[in-house]
Design a protein around this ligand. Structure first.
Ligand SMILES: NC(=O)c1ccc[n+]([C@@H]2O[C@H](COP(=O)([O-])OP(=O)(O)OC[C@H]3O[C@@H](n4cnc5c(N)ncnc54)[C@H](OP(=O)(O)O)[C@@H]3O)[C@@H](O)[C@H]2O)c1
Length: 253
């Protein structure tokens, strides 16, 4: 049960091996989060994330197989977690892939798969989570979007459009849940130095998984609808969105 200060005691992570998700879990466990269910593609990385949650102090940590591209199966994975573990206070949707824009442009099937990974498949799982949370009468869903979805650039518009879709979906889901006791927080990080961006030059206002996690944990406590990480990106992108198209087109890769 989420306590009076907004701290969840149980979390289901969709994309359990994500670096950002692991940092968020590390931020939640000392604040009384005791049950951690990490849903992801089975791997040593997922097992290591479970070990890290245990080491941080969580009592009950489990991994479950979950692949966003399994459209038929992934809602059932979510429902099964709610059935087996009882109430779940927080669902964190962190699964996602960046992809290589040039390769995706020349391989429409791979592009469609990325869209399924980042948007369609996650949306199916989130609908299942929302149904379960609506039935329990409380909870929070945190969806990791990106500033790349605020206004997709030509250099990475395939990834960016998956985040625009997911972001719009999450906002609508949040509005549809008003009055149910369930809230939705959309998180829009900028460039996060880590595994996903390895080998890339950091963009302006780049951040770390730990700094994103700090902003998210704070946003969960306050019941924020939207969290930018770092926060200054809210204002940067408010301006970016107003730039004329001809100027935006010239944004560097
Ligand atoms: N890093 C950034 O700069 C940045 C910026 C803005 C937003 N984000 C978003 O933040 C989220 C977390 O990213 P991160 O930085 O923590 O990167 P990460 O460590 O690479 O985490 C991404 C996770 O998504 C999982 N995943 C990918 N495809 C999947 C699928 N089909 N089914 C299930 N899980 C799948 C990966 O699983 P495996 O471990 O099996 O590969 C990985 O654990 C992503 O949604 C990303 O788009 C990241």
């Amino acid at each position: 049960m989420i306590d009076a200060t907004g701290r969840p005691q149980s979390v289901l992570v969709l994309g359990g091996a994500s670096e950002i998700a692991q940092a968020i879990v590390a931020g939640l466990v000392p604040g009384r989060c005791r049950t951690v269910i990490l849903a992801g593609r089975p791997s040593e990385r997922l097992d290591a994330a479970a070990d890290a949650a245990r080491a941080a102090g969580a009592d009950m940590v489990e991994t479950v197989a979950f692949d966003t591209t399994d459209l038929a199966g992934n809602p059932a994975v979510v429902e099964d977690v709610f059935t087996r573990f009882g109430d779940v206070d927080l669902v964190l949707a962190a699964a996602g892939a960046l992809g290589d824009q040039a390769e995706l442009e020349s391989d429409p099937q791979a592009a469609a798969e990325l869209i399924t990974t980042n948007f369609t498949g996650l949306a199916a799982a989130l609908l299942a989570a929302a149904r379960c949370m609506r039935a329990q009468g409380y909870g929070r869903i945190v969806v990791i979007s990106s500033v790349a979805g605020d206004r997709p650039r030509k250099a990475n518009y395939i990834y960016g459009s998956t985040k625009s879709g997911l972001d719009a979906f999450a906002q609508g889901l949040g509005d549809s849940l008003v009055g149910s006791g369930v809230g939705v927080t959309v998180v829009r990080p900028g460039f996060v130095v880590g595994r996903m961006t390895e080998g890339m030059d950091p963009a302006p206002f780049s951040t770390t998984p730990e700094a994103v996690a700090e902003a998210v944990v704070k946003g969960i406590s306050s019941g924020a609808d939207v969290v930018y990480a770092p926060p200054v990106l809210r204002w940067v992108f408010a301006v970016m969105k107003q730039l004329p198209r001809a100027v935006w087109r010239r944004m560097p890769g």
